[in-house]
Structures are given as C-alpha cells and as structure tokens.
Design a protein around this ligand. Structure first.
Ligand SMILES: Cc1ncc(COP(=O)(O)O)c(C=O)c1O
Length: 374
C-alpha cells in the first residue's frame, strides 16, 4: 500500500510526549487499571487469572455483548472488534472497497478516513464543511451532486474531529436515506458518540438506521481508555463483517486479551465513565468560553456542539503551523495546526477532554500576555 504520511499522527508523535501543556488532544481523561477494576466486585481477581493465549478473532463474546449494549438493534454477531478504531478504518477501506471505487468523505477529516481508501486505488471526493457566522455546516445538495455510478460509500464523522460539529438529526437521517436510495454504504465514524454537550441530542447509530450503515466505535474518546486500543465495526451487512474480519487475519489476528476484559468491564459501566468525562468537558468548555471572550482580537471560534475538540482560527498574520511550532518550542503548549487536516493556514485544533486544561490554558495566556502573538 502506498500510504502517505499521516500528518496529524506524525505531528503528535513529535511533540505529544515531551510538551508539558497539552491543549489539543482528542481523548478524554483516562483512568487507571486499578480504578477500572474497582468498578466491579471480583474484577481484580478475574483480571489476574486471565490466561494470555490468543483471543477470538472477532473479539471475545463478553466484549461484543457489552458493545452491543450501545446500539438499539445490533447484537454481538453484528460486531467485529479491532485494535483501535484505526484498524477498523484500515480494514474497511482495504478489504471492502476495491481499486476504482469512489467514496465521498466529509472534510476536514481524520486523515485515515480518506488516505487508506486512496492508497487502495479508490477515488475520493471531499464533502467540504463550511464555517459561516460562528458555526459549521454541511450541505446535503453537495453530497447528492458528488455521488457517481462508482460511489460505494459516504464517509461521515459526527461528533466531528476537529470542529466539534454535530450533524443535525434531520440531515443524519437524510444521509441514511440518500445512501439507501443509491444502494451505497454509509461508513459512520462515531468514535466521539456519547460526548454530546448540553442541548445537543445524541444521534442514532448509523448501523441502526441505514440498510448499509456501518458504525465505527472505540474506547478511546468518550470512555477515556485509549490505551486499551479497542475499537469495533458494527453493521448488519454480513459481507462487510466477513471481509473486515478476514482482513484482521493479516493485521493483528485478534485483540489484546487483557484489553478485551477491561473494555467489556468499562462498557458495563459506560454511563458512569461518560458522565465523568462530560463533567470534565463541561467545565473545560466554560474555561474556553472565557478565554475566547478575553482574546477575541486574536482568535475566533465556532462553539463546538459535541465531542472533545474545537477548531478555532488565529486572527493575526502568521502561518498557523509556524505559530503552533513556536508555541510548543518556546512555551511548551501544544496546539494542533489545521494544516495536518489539509485545512487552511489559520485554524488549529484544541482538545478539552483532559482534567489539566486549566493549567495549560493559563500557560497559553501567560505567553499571550508576554506578547507571544504578533
Ligand atoms: C475521527 C477519528 N476516527 C478514528 C480515530 C482513531 O481512534 P483510535 O486512535 O482510538 O484508533 C480518531 C483518533 O483520533 C479520530 O479522531
């Protein structure tokens, strides 16, 4: 496969583990293994008794049962577990799509959502979001116009990374209908699902509403358990399940057995984990509102509706990538330039799922007060 460099992941690999003030990570605050095991009586003993042999290729029955609990009409047999959502994306784009196929992808996008398809010989039409008067939009007419005879899938992501946009419910249902009318799939990246902010409703899972709907989920974001590297694809389409499962035989064969145990445990307590993380997100959003209010001369933002990221823009005259690199090198504060999403030279991603946001934001304000922004 001729995969181009994953710009976002390369940028994070360079800075994330040495910058002391992280202001752009997309995952929520994690918990320790001990805290997780304490959620259920007997879990610690059961965990230490796990034997470290191979696991079931599609994921352990206990894990798939727990994942199924997140859906209305999806049972354990309609799920294949992966090592992260990342592996699920790679499996779908490599094993379900074929060279010559066409997909339409909501953009800006997490790069693997289009790059893995492109590397497999597919053509990609970006379905571009626009920003108007302080909010993000997606135009359904543009989507319809982008569909061709060779189109196999519409690829969407809501809640959206990086903007924090949530597709309106009516549009989400319309996307399912458009796909069904054309006999094509909707590959719906729902890794930030459950992180809807107050006043934003939760969307149904695409796997529950579209004939060819595929929902991508993961433990990393709303549940704050990225280190488990546990994700999944849920769909009623048995051919898709078979193909992505067969792909996994070549990538990782099975998931990490201890991770499967911990992920299933966490999902049995999903409400508690999500409530905790929504609390952190809510507090952080208030801090960000204050920050953008105080610095409206320097930054503009469209208020996010869901998820754990936002995509503000600088209002001063500097290339945003240079700005982010200067900021992390001189002040240790990490923001993610929009250029890693192939977006313009002004936007940058902020992440607000971590407990230490206040401390990092204070550091950014210190830099601003010292005259860091031109
Ligand atoms: C939209 C989106 N999809 C998929 C992923 C991959 O998730 P994971 O790293 O847990 O595999 C990410 C990670 O940032 C993401 O933002």
């Amino acid at each position: 496969m001729n995969l181009r460099e994953f710009k976002l992941e390369r940028f994070l690999a360079e800075y994330e583990f040495r910058a002391p003030y992280l202001l752009c990570t997309s995952d929520c605050e994690s918990v320790s293994i001990g805290d997780l095991l304490a959620m259920e009586e007997g879990a610690a003993d059961a965990f230490s008794a796990i034997r470290l042999g191979y696991g079931e290729p599609a994921g352990s029955p206990a894990l798939r049962e727990a994942i199924a609990g997140l859906y209305e009409g999806i049972g354990p047999d309609a799920i294949v577990a992966f090592n992260g959502a990342s592996e699920g994306i790679l499996a779908y784009m490599s094993a379900v799509l074929a060279p010559g196929d066409h997909i339409v992808v909501q953009c800006p996008a997490y790069q693997s959502l289009h790059e893995t398809a492109r590397a497999n010989g597919c053509s990609v039409t970006p379905w571009r979001m626009t920003e108007q008067s302080g909010s993000w939009h997606l135009d359904l007419d543009t989507l319809e116009e982008s569909i061709r005879k060779t189109t196999r899938a519409i690829v969407i992501n809501s809640p959206h990374n990086p903007t924090g946009y949530q597709i309106p419910r009516r549009d989400f249902l319309a996307i399912a209908e458009i796909a069904d009318d054309h006999g094509i799939a909707v590959f719906s990246d729902e890794v930030y699902r459950c992180l809807e902010h107050p006043g934003t409703g939760r969307l149904p899972a695409m796997a529950d509403i579209a004939e060819n709907g595929i929902s991508l989920g993961v433990m990393s974001k709303a549940f704050g358990l990225a280190g488990l590297r546990t994700g999944w694809i849920a769909t009623h389409d048995t051919a898709v399940l078979r193909r992505v499962g067969a792909f996994k035989d070549y990538s990782t064969i099975c998931n990490s057995v201890p991770s499967e145990f911990l992920a299933a445990l966490a999902l049995r307590h999903a409400d508690a984990l999500v409530e905790r993380n929504l609390g952190i997100v809510g507090e952080n959003i208030r801090l960000l509102e204050g920050f953008f209010d105080r610095h409206r001369d320097l930054f503009a933002w469209s208020h996010p509706a869901a998820g754990s990221t936002a995509f503000p823009a600088i209002r001063f005259d500097e290339d945003v990538e240079q700005f982010c690199i200067r900021l992390v090198e001189e002040w240790g504060v990490l923001l993610l330039p929009g250029t890693v999403f192939d977006y313009d030279g002004r936007h940058f991603r902020m992440g607000y799922g971590r407990r230490d946001l206040a401390r990092s934001l204070e550091r950014l304000e210190e830099a601003i007060e010292a005259g860091f922004c031109p």
